[in-house]
Structure formats: C-alpha cells, structure tokens
Design a protein around this ligand. Structure first.
Ligand code: FES
Length: 161
C-alpha cells in the first residue's frame, strides 16, 4: 500500500500523543480511509504493523464501524441527507431517483465504478433540503422531480473527467 510521505509523517507524529500505541487505531483508520477511499486488506496489515497489533484487531473495527469502507468508492461520491427536515421534503424519494438514474444501489457503487450513493445525517443546511452532498459540493433543494437533472450533471461530469 502506497501512502503519501506527508501522511505517514503526520501519522508518525500523532501516534505518540496517545497513551498507548493501540489507542491510535481509529485515528489511523480514518486517516488511511481519507487518503485511499477505503480500508484494503493491505491497509489493515499496515496499520497493525504500525501499532504492533494483530491484523484481526484492526479488521474487527473495520467490520464493526459502518463508516469504515471495505470496498473502493466510485469516482463520484453522492451523500443524501436523510435527517427529518430533509426526509420531510422528500429525501428518500430523491435518493431512490438518484439510485435509478445512476444505476447505483444505496450503500454501494455502480457497476461501472462511477458512483457511490450513501445516506448521511444532517449536513447543516436543513432549510434548503433535501440536500445532496457530491464530493465537496453541496446541492440544495434536490427534490425527486429535479433529481434527474442532478444525475445528468453528474453523468456529464464523469464523462468529461
Ligand atoms: S436535515 Fe438535512 S441538512 Fe439538516
């Protein structure tokens, strides 16, 4: 597994701040996922070696916490807010529409590897829901009836990349 030198340096600087090396395991999992997009078996091995743990000690956390991914994510990461204000404005129907338009099941990645769709909790734009976060960009008022428009934009974005 190839990690950026800066990331390895950052991790090496953070580990001694924990009372015991093993206490840094979740921090390392988050850092590696941020960089790689998911936690591969090689990443589990790397983290275990770094913290002098058995790989199973790391793997059990990866399988326990739903926010830790074991599969690579798509080129475009779509997150639909499902908290009450967005849900009341149609977030569930918006999400269904996006799934069918992008050929991607909730919580998974499309067969072409282009899209991953997930539900998330409130992303602090409750007055303009349903809110859909795509990579680093917030899209507001994505109702089921205009979800197709957003899906078309995302498909065009993938084509041009
Ligand atoms: S409830 Fe969706 S952004 Fe707050």
């Amino acid at each position: 597994m190839e990690l950026k030198t800066e990331l390895v340096e950052e991790i090496d600087a953070l580990i001694p701040k924990y009372p015991e090396k093993r206490s840094a395991v979740l921090m390392l999992l988050h850092k590696v996922q941020e960089d790689q997009g998911y936690i591969s078996p090689e990443a589990v091995q790397w983290i275990a070696e770094k913290l002098e743990l058995q790989p199973i000690n790391v793997q059990e956390l990866v399988t326990f916490y739903p926010m830790l991914r074991q599969e690579p994510i798509g080129k475009v990461h779509v997150k639909v807010c499902r908290t009450l204000p967005c849900a009341l404005n149609g977030a569930y129907a918006t999400c269904e529409k996006l799934q069918s338009e992008l050929n991607c099941k909730l919580g998974g990645t499309s067969p072409d590897g282009n899209f991953t769709i997930e539900f998330v909790e409130c992303i602090a734009s409750c007055g303009t829901g349903p809110v859909v976060h795509v990579d680093e960009t917030m899209h507001e008022n994505i109702r089921p009836e205009n979800a197709t428009e957003l899906a078309d934009q995302l498909k065009a974005q993938v084509k041009s990349s």
